[in-house]
Design a protein around this ligand. Structure first.
Ligand code: GLV
Ligand code: MN
Ligand code: MN
Ligand code: MN
Length: 416
C-alpha cells in the first residue's frame, strides 16, 4: 500500500490521548482507551467485521470465511483463526506506535487482503481476527500483558481485580466505571481454542533494522526473560532541619544505592536493569522520607543471567539497608520466562518476506504470553530513532505501509 493510505487512517487515532509532552497517555479503561475502543468498533463495522469483547476486556473483530470454505471446523487448533493485532494502551507519556501500529496495520492488511481476494478469486479458509488486548503495558495497574495473561490463566482473577492504579482506583472499579463487568475476569480456554495462530506487528524498539538489518520489516526470534519487582524501603520520617545526620534512617539513601546497584549488577551479569518509577512518602522538600517505593524492571538474554542480577541486587540492597538503619522488602510483581517464537512459523514468514532479518527483543508483548498456547510470531517495523516508551519513538509512513504489505502477505499465506 502507499504511505498516504497509511497516514490517512493513522491520523484518525493520532490525537487520542496525546499529551502536551508530545507523548501519549492511553491508560486502560481511561477516556482515551474508550475512545480508541469506539474507533476499533467503527473500523470493524465499516468492514463488516463482528466485534466481541471477551470476559477480560480484550476486543476482537472477526472476519469469518463463508461456511463452505472452512477447512475443518472440528480441528480448531490446526485450522482456527489467524489472529493479529496488538494493544492500544501506553506507558505514561509513551510513543505513538507501541501497540496501536499493530491494530491500525491489521485493519489495513484486511483491506489489502480483501482487494487481493477479489482480484484473484481466492477465498478465505480460516477466520481472521484483529485483537486489541487490554493493559499490555501494565502502565495503569502494574502487571504487563494483563489482558492476555488473564485470558490464558497466567494471572489470578482475584489478584487482578484488586490491583490499584496511582490514584488508588482498583481494576474492578475502573472496569465498572467504564461499563465492563470485573466479576467476569478469568481464563478463557474456549476462546483460546479458536485461535490457530497469532501474528503481532509492532514498532521495533531498538535500531537493529535501521543499522545492520537495513530492512523496513523484520521477524522476531525470541523475547528475553524479564520481570518487575517492587522495592519498598521503610525508614523514619523526620525534620530535614533538625535531625542530625547520624540519627537518620533515611530510605532515600537506600533507594539511591538501589538505583546504582541495579545498574551495576546488570552490567556485571550482562543484562539490563532499570528503576524508572519511584514514590516517596510524604514527598516533602523539608522532611526526611518515611518510605520510598521503587519498581525494578530487569531483563536478560537468559534466565540464569536474570537470576544473577536479581540475587546480586537483593543482597546488596539488604546490606545497604542494614547500614542505613532502614528496612527493605522486595517482592515480585510479574515475571515472564524466555519466549522462543514458533520456529516453523517464524522461518516461513521470514522466507515469505524475502529473507527478512530475524531478531530477538528485550521488550514484552502479548505475543509472548500467547506463544505458550498457540503458534505465534511477530513482525517488527523499523524505528529510525530506536527510541520506545518515550515520545521520540518513530516509524516512517513508508515503512508502516511496508509493514501492512508484509502483514497482508502473512495473513494471505496462513488464512487462504
Ligand atoms: C512492554 O512493552 C515492556 O516490554 O515493558
Ligand atoms: Mn507494545
Ligand atoms: Mn511497550
Ligand atoms: Mn510491550
Amino acid at each position: 500500500m502507499d504511505a498516504t493510505g497509511f497516514r490517512r487512517l493513522w491520523d484518525e487515532i493520532d490525537p487520542i490521548g496525546r499529551a502536551d509532552t508530545g507523548g501519549y497517555v492511553r491508560f486502560s479503561w481511561s477516556d482515551a482507551d474508550l475512545a480508541l475502543r469506539a474507533w476499533f468498533d467503527a473500523q470493524a463495522a465499516e468492514r463488516g467485521m463482528r466485534v466481541e469483547t471477551d470476559r477480560n476486556g480484550n476486543r476482537f473483530a472477526w472476519w469469518d470465511p463463508e461456511p463452505e470454505q472452512v477447512v475443518d471446523p472440528a480441528a480448531p487448533r490446526r485450522h482456527g483463526a489467524v489472529l493479529t493485532g496488538s494493544h492500544f494502551d501506553s506507558v505514561p507519556h509513551g510513543g505513538a506506535y507501541d501497540g496501536p501500529l499493530g491494530i491500525v496495520s491489521a485493519f489495513l492488511a484486511v483491506d489489502e487482503l480483501r482487494r487481493d481476494l477479489r482480484a484473484t478469486g481466492a477465498t478465505l479458509k480460516r477466520p481472521i481476527a484483529i485483537a486489541a488486548f487490554t493493559e499490555e503495558e501494565g502502565g495503569r495497574f502494574g502487571i504487563p500483558c494483563l489482558g492476555s495473561r488473564l485470558m490464558t490463566g497466567a494471572v489470578d482473577a482475584d489478584r487482578a481485580r484488586g490491583l490499584t492504579d496511582r490514584d488508588g482506583t482498583t481494576l474492578a472499579d475502573a472496569m465498572r466505571a467504564a461499563g465492563a463487568d470485573p466479576d467476569a475476569l478469568g481464563p478463557d480456554p474456549e476462546r483460546l481454542q479458536r485461535i490457530g495462530a497469532f501474528v503481532e506487528l509492532h514498532v521495533e524498539q531498538g535500531r537493529a533494522l535501521d543499522g545492520e538489518g537495513d530492512a523496513a520489516v523484520g521477524v522476531a526470534s525470541a523475547i528475553w526473560p524479564h520481570g518487575r519487582w517492587r522495592v519498598v524501603v521503610t525508614g523514619a520520617g523526620d525534620h530535614a532541619g533538625t535531625t542530625r545526620l547520624p540519627d537518620r534512617h533515611d530510605p532515600m539513601l537506600t533507594f539511591a544505592f538501589a538505583v546504582l546497584a541495579a545498574r551495576k549488577e546488570a552490567r556485571l551479569a550482562g543484562g539490563l536493569a532499570t528503576i524508572g518509577r519511584v514514590e516517596a512518602v510524604p514527598n516533602a522538600t523539608n522532611a526526611i522520607a518515611s518510605q520510598v517505593t521503587a519498581w525494578l524492571d530487569a531483563r536478560a538474554p537468559d534466565e540464569g543471567v536474570l537470576g544473577e542480577i536479581l540475587s546480586g541486587f537483593k543482597s546488596k540492597v539488604h546490606e545497604r539497608a542494614a547500614r542505613d538503619g532502614t528496612h527493605v522488602r522486595i517482592s515480585r510483581e510479574s515475571e515472564t520466562p524466555v519466549v522462543e517464537f514458533d520456529l516453523e512459523l517464524r522461518d516461513r514468514i521470514a522466507a515469505l518476506l524475502g529473507g527478512a532479518p530475524v531478531l530477538p527483543t528485550g521488550a514484552g508483548h502479548d505475543a509472548g504470553v500467547l506463544a505458550a498456547h498457540v503458534p505465534t510470531a511477530m513482525l517488527f517495523v523499523r524505528n529510525p530513532t530506536g527510541v520506545s516508551h518515550a515520545p521520540g519513538e518513530h516509524a516512517s509512513d513508508e515503512d508502516c505501509a511496508a509493514g501492512v504489505d508484509a502483514l497482508a502477505a502473512v495473513l494471505r499465506d496462513l488464512a487462504c
